[in-house]
Write a protein that binds this ligand. Structure first.
Ligand code: ATP
Length: 265
């Protein structure tokens, strides 16, 4: 086991507009997270408590991390990111202390978000006898200790929601459960458009066609495809000695190299 790296406070710069697609989800999260921050008195009048936790689940590379960061950026929250496996990979007893330290740090930086990536590593069902049980208990206790969203929001992500202990999803904990799926046609178009807005693209590149050809790709795979096309353009540049925009044939060769790993659900 290795000592855990220090968890740093970040100020993410991801805006909602950097994320292609996911319109309904963005709108839902804005409402649930931003409203109580902006209008606590309205919540109080109607006796509605603000949410303390969000669980994002879905296949890899489909923007769970981006969404957590955008929540922080757009709502002006400090951001602490932790990987589940990183917490578990410690000497006995150290994991619990590491968790408590993270919550302490988040309280000190409030309003803040703690983002637990791969939450399944520390919050699997309490079956067997392995050492994760105390870690889960600590996590639940820490979450129950948070009073209001105005303090600390917990956002967790997983590719394996079915292994999570149901206690984690009880009301008042990670009770806002959101599926983050692979991008549909319109979302894929947006992801290409956002990326290409920061590049130099030849007019012979057809975004509709690219979006159609990337059915089943994750957002991460689409970005990888774009970057591979960019590298092909750089290869051309090396050969010709002239600067190259990214052209259709660069994407053609990128498709040879970048295949989707996402299995459809
Ligand atoms: P994992 O489960 O593997 O942690 P994830 O769902 O958290 O994956 P992200 O880390 O948010 O995925 O996405 C990986 C990268 O893919 C992003 O940094 C971004 O470059 C790209 N990406 C994914 N989805 C989108 C999207 N909807 N719009 C723009 N870029 C995207």
């Amino acid at each position: 086991p290795t000592a855990m790296r220090e968890v740093f406070l970040e100020t993410p710069k991801v805006r909602w507009s950097d994320i292609g697609g996911q319109q309904k989800l963005k709108k839902h999260l804005r409402k649930v997270i931003e409203r109580p921050l902006k209008f606590p008195e309205k919540m109080q009048r109607l006796n509605v408590r603000s949410k303390k936790g969000v669980l994002l689940y879905g296949p890899p590379g489909c923007s769970k991390t981006l969404i957590a960061k955008a929540l922080a950026t757009e709502a002006g929250l400090n951001f602490l990111a932790v990987r589940g496996a990183e917490i578990l990979n410690q000497y006995v007893g150290e994991s619990e202390r590491a968790l408590r330290d993270i919550f302490q740090k988040a309280r000190g930086a409030r309003p803040s978000i703690i983002f637990f990536d791969e939450i399944d590593a520390i919050a699997a069902k309490r079956t067997g006898s392995h050492g994760g049980v105390n870690v889960l208990t600590t996590l639940l206790n820490e979450m129950d200790g948070i009073e209001e969203l105005r303090n600390v929001l917990v956002v967790a992500a997983t590719n394996k929601p079915d292994v999570l202990d149901p206690a984690l999803m009880r009301p008042g904990r990670l009770d806002n459960i959101v599926y983050v799926g692979p991008p549909d046609f319109a979302a894929r178009k947006e992801i290409f458009t956002i990326w290409m807005g920061k590049s130099v693209i030849s007019p012979d590149v057809d975004i509709d066609e690219l979006a159609a050809k990337t059915e089943g790709y994750s957002g991460a795979e689409i970005i990888s495809l774009c970057e591979t096309a960019g590298e092909a353009a750089l290869d051309d540049e090396d050969e010709s000695g002239q600067s190259q925009d990214i052209m259709r044939h660069h994407f053609d060769s990128a498709f040879e190299r970048v295949k989707s790993q996402l299995t459809s659900e």
